[in-house]
Design a binder for this molecule. Sequence first.
Ligand code: CDP
Length: 244
Amino acid sequence: MGGRDATMVLLDENGIRCDGRKVDEPRRIMIKAGGLKNADGSAYIEFGDNKILVGVFGPRDVHPKHMSNTDTGILRVRYHMEPFSVGERKNPAPSRREIEISKVIKEALEPAVMLEKFPRTAVDVFIEVLQADGGTRCAALSAASVALADAGIPMRDMVAACAAGKVADTIVLDVNNEEDQAGQADMPIGYMPSLEKITLLQLDGVLTPEEYKKCVQVGVDGCKIVYDIQKKALQDKYFGNGAD
Ligand code: CDP
C-alpha cells in the first residue's frame, strides 16, 4: 500500500532479502509482559516495525447474561488498528478485516486457555495495533498469549505465532510488508510448542504440496523462536529486574 519501489530486489544473489535478512531469519522481536495497571494482564510487542499493545480482563461476569455459557467460560477478542497505525489513515470503525482477524485470533487462543475452569464468565482480550508493518495477526496472537499468562489465566501452553511465505520462488520465514505485497504466498501460523499443536494456519497465495510442507516447517521453527522470547518476557517480569 503506497510508495513501494517497483525495482526492489526481494532476494539477491547472496540469498539476502530486501530488509537485509537471511531466508530463515525473523525480524527483531521484543516482548514486554505487563505495563497496563488497569488490566488484569497485559503485554507489548515489537515485531519488526509492528507495535502492538494487549490488555486482558477477566475471568469476569458476562453482560448481557444470556451470552454466558453455564458449562464453560468464553473468550472474547477485539483486534483493533489505530487510525495512525498505517500510512493511509484507517477509519477507526471496525473493518471486515479487523472482525476476521479478531475471530481468527480468538479461535487460535481457545485451545490454549482452560476456559472450562471458569463457567459463566468471560475473558476479554483487547488488541491495539499502534503501528502495522505486515504480520500483525501473528504478532498480536503472540502478545495476547503473554498477556493471558500475565493475567494468571490457566493455560495448557502459550500460542506462539510467526508467518512463513514464498518470496522470489523461495520459502522464507516472517514475511514483511513489502514481501507480503510483492511475494507469492503468506502463511501465518500459530503453534503451541510444548503440545506440538497448530492452532492457526492461513494461506494467502499458491504453493505446491512440497512448498506447503516446507512453509509449515519453517513457520513452526519461527514460532519456536517467538516462544523463547515470550517465556523470557514472563521470566523478566516475575523473576527478573523488569517487574512492575
Ligand atoms: O497484518 P497481517 O499481515 O496479519 O494482515 P494483512 O491483512 O495481510 O495486512 C498486511 C499489512 O497491510 C498490515 O500489517 C498493514 O501493514 C497493512 N495494512 C494497511 O496498510 N492498511 C490497512 N487498512 C490494513 C492493513
